[in-house]
Design a protein around this ligand. Sequence first.
Ligand SMILES: NC(=O)c1ccc[n+]([C@@H]2O[C@H](COP(=O)([O-])OP(=O)(O)OC[C@H]3O[C@@H](n4cnc5c(N)ncnc54)[C@H](O)[C@@H]3O)[C@@H](O)[C@H]2O)c1
Length: 340
Amino acid sequence: MELGERSYPIIIGVGALARVRDFVPPGVAKVAVVTQKNIPHRPDLGELDSRIFTVPDGEDAKSMSVAAELAEGIAEFGLSRSDLVVAVGGGVVTDLAGFVASVYFRGIRYLNVATTLLAQVDAAIGGKTGVNLSAGKNLVGSFWQPSAVICDVSTLSTLNPREYRSGLGEMAKYEFLGSGRLDTEDLESAVARCAAIKADYVAVDEREGGRRALLNYGHTMGHAVEALGLAGRSERLYHGEAVAIGLVFAAHLAHTLGRIGNKELNAHYEVVERMGLPSRLPAGLDVEDTFSFLERDKKAMGSMTFVLGSGAVDGLEVVRGVGRDDVRRAWQEMREADAR
Ligand SMILES: NC(=O)c1ccc[n+]([C@@H]2O[C@H](COP(=O)([O-])OP(=O)(O)OC[C@H]3O[C@@H](n4cnc5c(N)ncnc54)[C@H](O)[C@@H]3O)[C@@H](O)[C@H]2O)c1
């Protein structure tokens, strides 16, 4: 990850977990390892004085109260300004531990050991940390880059299959960001290819003023169907499954707006279905239900922002001012395709 003096290595491969000690920055004496109870992987930290902090499972762990409890714990352990937090887990652990590291002593170093596919290809890289508020996801957070990111693909073998598949949803996104076909690669190379693309986007636009926003491809409608599922209004979807549906929806939206043709539209179905991900809108869901999620920003009523494909050589761009009727038309077209 090239970010001037804040650059760091992303280590990808079988056995990388055993090398965590090599990437502990100089001057560290104590290490707070933040993880969850069901994650059966522990880094070897050699002679360093370490303590394990177990945080709750699930999105609810990304909260101000869990962050405060964790900060109290590491203070009681005696972590100093020159010490280290090591996050061992998926995006929930890396977002939470990274956030606490960014505010403890006004910012200490942390290292991510990513143990889900989603974290290895996305969440653990790029320095976005944060917790949720009841008003919404990731509303409190910081940009705080880790000292290193370790992605040992062998740790993924203990993931439950649906969790693994959810990671494939983020991976599918990279096929539209120039990765080329990923499922013909061995897993190590495929993860490396995605991580490299993420790192490239972050390097040119760390704070998401522009290009980094393209990494949100598929996420606009993806977040809406995910949130509606969580609210019990339709089937419950994992994040990457929702992103897969969001990718296909974005293709229909671009198609109905005349930005892409049938070939590009079909390519979305091909990628998503080849990865074994859902490509149909959840049954029973009405497009009108999605607007409250798509128009989160109250000033954006009736005018939404999507990342959409175009005929242009480099494919995607951020498109503002998408209207409700545009979304309704695309929804209708996707429903008709679902029925075929
Ligand atoms: N910061 C970013 O740039 C960024 C990007 C994308 C997503 N995210 C965040 O990531 C989070 C989702 O992350 P996730 O999909 O990794 O889910 P997660 O962190 O909730 O992990 C999923 C489940 O798998 C378990 N687990 C993790 N590794 C395991 C392993 N190797 N073996 C067995 N079980 C294991 C966890 O305990 C958890 O129950 C969301 O909160 C999202 O907002 C952040």
